[in-house]
Design a protein around this ligand. Structure first.
Ligand SMILES: [Zn+2]
Ligand SMILES: [Zn+2]
Length: 436
């Protein structure tokens, strides 16, 4: 067996999300992220053609949905392999349930805390047992490889970037990151550290690499003001978020207080907010939205016993101006009974569907038109602006930059003293590459 160190990409090439970076050094193998690719209308499987019961893994391997590496899916002591997770967005962890339970999964403490609560609300990662929490800034020895996990700022708790020392050179993987969250200095420090340590290969996300400047590219700290100015006195106000963004829930809680309204959250969002942001939760005391589904079947046990206000659709419809109510896409049908006044607002704050690429987005807009709701965007991307991306690449100063998690590799910044590669699926890239 060759002792050379190389990496391959099993996803995340020419597409936003689904990154799976496979690093091999002798018999030591690491996989960074194990996400699902979300491309409506483009995947091998759809709502009609799906994986076969009992053959889910084989079908998914054959279709390239998960890496075609047999030892990941059955216990094989001959392989020294582990998965490192950058953060708990589905495009980075969505396929973890396929892994054999014997494959260790490394994750940050905030990611672990989030996962525990996601499990409560039924959004866990299956039966996986071997979870290993890493502290930031401490090296992890993995045979010939040494991994240094460092925090980055993204729109979810616990986002991590990785720096790896191999016998032949160094590689860094960014996960997802941005520079306009509540703590941009965290991301800047990550890239500065990569520069200090010396980085041969940088594998970086580039979601917004080709984005033109836009007036509604808000920073996270501006979102509260946008929410407050969207809500009209005396009218209903609804919003959608991605509830793994705990800071964003807190932003809505503060906006509700400042508007003199009560915050109303769906059961899952209520649970995540209560358990992961207890101080903000205590200040907000949000009500639980008992949607029609839960009126029929009862609230889930993890919320049924709580002493918290509960509101049904008739409660909210009776006093529309009293509330700021979470209304996810799946619950738009509640509008049939909510019957909001014309001119009420619906605030899109980064919940799915995210944009025109998703057919559900057109449907969302149609529902809002049907109920005369004004669509207001209060969005703050989880990804770096083109300018900040360039700043970060300059700080890391790699020999070779491999773009992932972007639909436009050519728009990525070229390293000042290195080259911009064109990443290809399954290609073996040897380390250190150019200077080797
Ligand atoms: Zn992502
Ligand atoms: Zn992400």
């Amino acid at each position: 067996m060759s002792n050379k160190t190389f990496f391959s990409l099993h996803g995340g090439v020419n597409v936003i999300g689904g990154t799976k970076l496979h690093l091999t050094s002798g018999t030591d193998e690491l996989i960074f992220d194990f996400g699902a690719t979300y491309e409506p209308g483009k995947g091998r499987f759809d709502q009609v053609l799906t994986v076969r019961p009992g053959r889910e893994t084989e079908d998914s391997r054959a279709a390239g949905v998960i890496p075609n590496l047999s030892y990941l899916y059955s216990p094989t002591p001959s392989k020294h392999v582990a998965v490192f997770v950058s953060h708990f967005h589905l495009d980075h962890v969505g396929m973890l349930s396929y892994l054999d339970p014997s494959v260790p999964v490394y994750l940050s403490q905030p990611s672990f805390n989030l996962l525990r609560q996601l499990e409560v609300v039924g959004e866990g990662i299956g039966t996986h047992r071997d979870l290993r929490v890493f502290p930031y800034g401490e090296w992890i020895d993995f045979g010939r490889l040494k991994v240094l996990p460092l925090p980055v700022e993204h729109d979810i708790p616990g986002a991590t970037g990785f720096y790896v020392k191999t016998p032949e050179g160094t590689l860094a993987y960014t996960g997802d990151f941005r520079g306009h969250g509540l703590h941009p200095e965290v991301t800047t420090a990550f890239f500065a550290r990569l520069g200090e340590l010396g980085t041969n290969i940088l594998v970086s996300e580039g979601t917004r690499a080709c984005e033109a400047p836009r007036p509604d590219a808000y920073s996270e700290s501006e979102i509260g003001t946008v929410i407050e100015s969207a809500v009209r006195p005396g009218k209903s106000a609804f919003f959608m978020i991605y509830n793994r963004n705990i800071d964003r829930i807190a932003t809505f809680a503060r906006a509700a207080r400042s508007l003199g309204r009560e915050l109303v959250l769906t059961p899952a969002t209520h649970h995540l907010f209560r358990t992961l942001s207890p101080e903000e939760y205590r200040l907000a005391r949000p009500a639980v939205f008992v949607t029609q589904e839960f009126r029929v079947k009862g609230l889930p046990p993890w919320i049924a016993g709580l002493d918290v206000p509960r509101l049904t659709v008739p409660d909210i419809a009776r006093e529309p101006a009293r509330f700021l109510t979470e209304l996810p896409y799946a619950n738009l049908n509640e509008l049939v009974d909510l019957r909001p006044d014309g001119g009420s607002c619906f605030i899109h704050s980064d919940g799915p569907p995210l944009g025109e690429f998703d057919p559900a987005f057109r449907n969302l807009k149609q529902w809002l038109r049907d109920f005369d709701l004004a669509l207001v965007f209060a969005r703050s991307s989880g990804h770096a602006s083109p300018e900040y991306l360039k700043e970060c690449v300059n700080l890391a100063n790699p020999d070779i930059l491999y773009p992932v998690h972007t639909a436009n590799m050519a728009a990525m910044p070229t390293p000042a003293h290195g080259i911009l590669a064109v990443s290809q699926l399954y290609q073996k890239y040897y380390i250190p590459g150019r200077r080797g």
